[in-house]
Design a protein around this ligand. Structure first.
Ligand code: HEM
Ligand SMILES: N[C@@H](CC(=O)c1ccccc1NC=O)C(=O)O
Length: 285
């Protein structure tokens, strides 16, 4: 490269930098937050006044889910790296976001059965059952339900992302490996378990958490991690319960648009536990 060419290169870089700075300086609030797109995305399918509430509550929930996932994925990495203090900060934020989406049910509860029935038909077969981010969160917590993948067969990108998450360790698997690295004996069959299957309760994990709780001074960080996980599961169950009750007060025991039995199905989902040993130990101590 000649001297002249390298000068040209410097000049081009300087101009490009100036353009970027100018753009940044003149950028508005709305541009930064992409508000045209965000606030233009409430497309009602009916002329019903209350459909706006229905759309906004879902969109707000999906936005919060986006942040939950962002934090959870970082928390899993932190636990895997034995950076537990970092994970506490991230998991505490997840809990605070969960509190927001639990509160959101209060707003939706102002929708009455007659109001909802006036636009329910326009929703067709669409259902929250198809919420991709909801499944990503369940997967990140270790609840891997393979039958869910079928829903996304026609969407390569979502299917691929969910398949990747299916094979990746969830938060509970990361915590169990941290127990093992912390010197608590965990059976090999748990450590090398098939991550694509939902987690099942295991004796060695039960024993390890009991040990952590009974000797918390020696395992303070793992003890704190356990309580953060309990916070998260507690909130997941509160969310599920509020969803089930809100649905019952709005559609009673009608079948769901997604093809399920409706409230009966939502009640059954409440039986599932993400971190079973952390609940069982409460009876054992
Ligand atoms: C009037 C309001 C709502 C009604 C009547 C309702 C009803 C239902 C029903 C009946 C199901 C079972 C699947 C089906 O057959 O459709 C379901 C699933 C689901 N809904 Fe809702 N829902 C409402 C609001 C919401 C909101 C605001 C969210 C937040 C994103 C949401 C998220 C979900 C999710 C994630 C599932 C799957 C649950 C699982 O499989 O564990 N729903 N809903
Ligand atoms: N499953 C609901 C419909 C429903 O709630 C819904 C429809 C479209 C988009 C999101 C929805 N929310 C949660 O399930 C019903 O059966 O009325």
């Amino acid at each position: 490269m000649t001297k002249g060419e390298s000068c040209d290169q410097d000049l081009t870089e300087k101009i490009e930098k100036d353009i970027r700075t100018d753009f940044k300086n003149s950028m508005t609030y709305g541009e930064y937050l992409n508000l045209d797109e965000l606030l233009g995305a409430q497309n009602r399918l009916s002329a019903h006044h209350d459909e706006m509430l229905f759309i906004v509550i879902h969109q707000v929930s999906e936005l919060w889910m986006k942040l939950i996932l962002h934090e959870l994925i970082a928390a899993i990495k932190a636990v895997e790296a034995d950076e537990l203090d970092t994970s506490f900060k991230l998991l505490a934020r997840v809990s605070k976001i969960q509190a927001q989406i639990i509160q959101a049910w209060d707003v939706l509860s102002t929708l009455t059965p007659s109001e909802y029935s006036e636009f329910r038909d326009s929703l067709g077969n669409a259902s929250g059952f198809q919420s991709f981010q909801h499944r990503m969160i369940e997967f990140a917590l270790g609840y891997k339900t393979t039958h869910i993948l079928k829903i996304y067969e026609k969407n390569d990108k979502l299917h691929q992302t969910l398949t990747h998450a299916l094979h990746a360790p969830g938060l509970y698997d990361a915590a169990i490996h941290a127990l093992s690295r912390g010197g608590l004996p965990i059976d090999q069959e748990v450590l090398s378990r098939d991550l694509t299957k939902p987690y099942n309760r295991h004796d060695s994990v039960m024993q390890a958490w009991l040990d952590v709780y009974m000797n918390k001074d020696q395992h303070w960080k793992l003890y704190q991690l356990a309580e953060k996980l309990v916070d998260i599961e507690d909130a997941m169950q509160q969310w599920r319960f509020r969803h089930m009750k809100t649905v019952e007060r709005i559609i009673g025991f009608k079948k769901g648009t997604g093809g399920s039995s409706g409230v009966h199905y939502l009640k059954k989902v409440l039986d599932h536990q993400f971190f079973p040993e952390l609940w069982e130990l409460r009876t054992r101590i």
